[in-house]
Design a protein around this ligand. Structure first.
Ligand code: SAM
Length: 387
């Protein structure tokens, strides 16, 4: 049977197990996103597992706003000694995944297993794959640096050992999924796009009311909010690692992409406003919005403490103040912030990001709280209606 037919039969016609990595605490939002695409899934810590065909994955990677990365599971086997480990790697039909000239990177973790030495496991994996490559006239290259998305035909193989069970997966994303391709300007301490979207999907309920992002930085919350309203696919403006794999169904993916473009709708809610005290942040955010196709969103350079809302109705306010040393040393900032909120924003729905240790001192109706990490910094997001 020729190779194309083998790929069709063994990969395209089959269901596979995929794992969508999400930030911890956002797994259920990931599950809801998949369920809207008619994909059933199981929540695990740090992600969501689902079974489907490649076209299901193509939809998931295009539409999921909360995903950090997608993996395709290749093989799972008991593994407590090196001999069988080596043989199991040789038994995989690597040409169904890797192209002849692929550059391979490894991502190895081991927990609670006899095979625990990660560097040694990586070396063994590389040896086995090298042998496979020689036996099957492939020309695989190997790299140790973790930058596969900058290298042509780069692919990362994930090996996870847990309680003597090895799971081998192929990374389908390359650059993490929160890189959308339209946020060109980045201010200090930006929030990751998938976290911003996850928080909005969770807490932003009245989406037809005014939306204010008054410490906008690079405008991430406004960008994600508009994308949610317009149905702009999160992964429609970038390349992914799965495009480097031998089973990539280009025509199918392009068809899914075209359909997702056709599903984009006009922005009906024009009551968006973003601002920041730093001029270059506002200019950069405007540029990012233009890259998304939105030229007419109102914005201004201004101090939040000087702003008085003047809208027909109360809406949704996002505040992502600077966190870190400077602010921790200035508790007066938060005191002023709470005062300003209850003075001028009573009845507004608030999404406020704070350092995890900060005890919020303003009154809320329907208060919700979620704790997560953004770039290694523990943060809490609190939401509710300001009293
Ligand atoms: C953590 S950053 C926001 C990051 C943003 N969410 C993003 O993803 O890029 C905090 C922002 O608050 C702005 N800021 C600080 N004090 C402010 C004030 N009094 N009024 C308005 N903006 C302020 C800073 O200039 C900075 O852009």
């Amino acid at each position: 049977m020729d190779f194309e037919k083998q790929i069709k039969r063994h990969i395209h016609a089959q269901q596979h197990s995929f794992f969508m990595i999400t930030p911890v605490g956002f797994e259920n939002i990931g599950k809801e996103e998949l369920s809207k695409l008619n994909i059933e899934s199981n929540v695990e810590v740090g992600g969501v597992e689902f079974i489907g065909k490649l076209e299901d994955f193509y939809k998931a990677t295009l539409y999921s706003r909360v995903a950090t990365r997608f993996l395709m599971r290749v093989k799972s086997f008991k593994s407590d000694s090196l001999g069988p480990f080596f043989k199991n790697i040789l038994s995989i039909k690597w040409e169904y995944y890797l192209k002849n000239d692929s550059t391979v990177f490894f991502h190895v973790t081991s927990r609670g297993s006899k095979l625990y030495h990660q560097r040694m496991l990586e070396e063994k994996f590389r040896d086995a794959l090298s042998e496979y490559s020689n036996l099957n006239s492939m020309n695989l290259n190997f790299e140790t640096q973790d930058s596969e998305f900058e290298i042509k035909n780069g692919v990362t193989i994930y090996l996870r050992l847990e309680d003597d069970r090895a799971t081998i997966s192929i990374d389908l994303s390359g650059a993490p999924n929160f890189k959308r391709g339209y946020r060109k300007f980045i201010s200090d301490a930006p929030i990751r796009e998938n976290l911003a979207s996850g928080l909005l999907l969770n807490f932003w309920k009245n989406r037809e009311k005014p939306f204010l992002d008054l410490m906008c930085g690079s405008g991430t919350f406004t960008l994600e909010a508009i994308s949610i309203l317009k149905n702009i696919p999160a992964g429609g403006a970038r390349d992914f690692s799965f495009m480097n794999l031998s089973h990539y169904k280009e025509a199918m993916f392009k068809h899914t992409l075209k359909k997702s473009d056709e599903d984009i709708i006009e922005l009906k809610n024009r009551e968006f406003f973003f601002s920041d005290i730093v001029e270059k942040h506002v200019i950069g955010s405007r540029r990012n919005l233009v890259a998304l196709g939105e030229k007419s969103i109102k914005s201004a350079v201004l101090d939040f403490f000087e702003f008085k809302p003047n809208f027909k109705e109360r809406g949704f306010l996002v505040l992502n103040p600077p966190y870190g040393k400077r602010i921790q040393e200035e508790p007066v900032f938060y005191k002023e912030l709470y005062k300003k909120l209850s003075l001028d924003f009573k009845g507004w729905e608030l999404l406020l990001l704070l350092p995890e240790a900060e005890r919020i001192k303003t009154n809320f109706q329907n208060k919700n709280r979620v704790v997560f990490e953004n770039g290694g910094i523990p943060i809490q997001a609190v939401s509710g209606i300001i009293e």
